[in-house]
Design a protein around this ligand. Structure first.
Ligand code: GLU
Length: 278
């Protein structure tokens, strides 16, 4: 069993990451062979070396030890280009000139498609335009309508329709960054990840990653476990609903808790005792 811990260096580690690490390393202790550490710095505009350094330092302080070398997405361009070639050879890749605003404007006509609040469904505008790839263009992969079924190790049987959720997936954005969905599907395949253990906020990404991995030649998808998230409680005063923790919640940042004199054990306890099931 090979799992991975895959933080994005776009902020400091917070209790949500700590809870994820606890789940990943518990699986490792119970049945695992290895945990890979993958720095998900595909977004070159938002990733910063100082965040990466802080993440590594906090992980070591908390006692999490990974196996093998650290993988960094910014160093894996050749791998991603080879994966694009593999998809291109199947006639699945095309360049797209649509902006986010163009895609948003097309949503009205697609009302029965959109699923998650806030997620835009790409309407296929450039699918058959034969546009040339170049700076400022998005690269997309054609997704045939499919039903992706998997059994989440905690949540049980799941069924997702990626094409209806998001339309043809972006694999490289207009700024030239590989997208999260694409980089993860390539990396999980290339690193031999057999168990993906992550928060329930990523559940809706799983069907599309399974479909993409199949197009990339993966014979069997990894197993998935989506664990509960630490939520900030709802506020009756401001009528704010319960929300998941984010990097901007500085009060739960491992750095800040360390500076306040917390021990590693206290941080681990705080992460695992503050779960509110989704
Ligand atoms: N990089 C993602 C994050 O920091 C995790 C991706 C994943 O586990 O698939 O939220």
């Amino acid at each position: 069993m090979i799992s991975r811990f895959a933080p994005a260096p776009t902020g400091f580690l917070h209790l949500g990451h700590v809870l994820n690490a606890v789940y990943v390393w518990r699986m490792r202790r119970a049945f695992g062979d290895a945990v890979r550490l993958r720095i998900e710095d595909h977004d070159r505009q938002r990733s910063r070396p100082e965040y990466e350094a802080a993440i590594l330092d906090d992980l070591a302080w908390l006692g999490f030890r990974w196996d093998g070398p650290i993988a960094r997405q910014r160093e894996r361009g050749d791998l991603y280009r080879r994966a694009v070639d593999h998809l291109r050879a199947q006639g699945l890749v095309y360049a797209c000139a649509c902006s986010r605003a163009d895609i948003a404007a097309a949503q009205v006509a697609l009302e029965d498609c959109a699923t998650d609040a806030g997620e835009l469904v790409y309407p296929g505008t450039c699918r058959d335009r034969g546009l040339e790839d170049g700076p400022g263009m998005t690269l997309r992969v054609r997704l045939e309508p499919s039903v992706e079924r998997f059994v989440d190790l905690r949540l049980g049987p799941q069924e997702q329709r990626p094409y209806r959720q998001c339309g043809d997936l972006a694999i490289r954005d207009r700024a030239g960054n590989w997208t999260y969905q694409f980089a993860v599907a390539v990396d999980d395949l290339e690193q031999g990840v057999t168990h993906v253990v992550r928060g329930a906020d990523l559940l809706q990404s799983t069907g599309r990653q399974i479909q993409l991995a199949r197009l990339l030649g993966r014979a069997a998808p990894p197993a998935f476990l989506h664990h509960p998230l630490i939520m900030k409680p709802a506020s009756g005063v401001t009528a704010r609903p319960a929300t998941k923790l984010s990097k901007s919640d500085r009060d739960t940042g491992v750095r800040d808790l360390r500076a306040q004199g917390w021990t590693a054990q206290q941080v681990l306890d705080a992460a695992t005792s503050s779960i509110i099931a989704p």
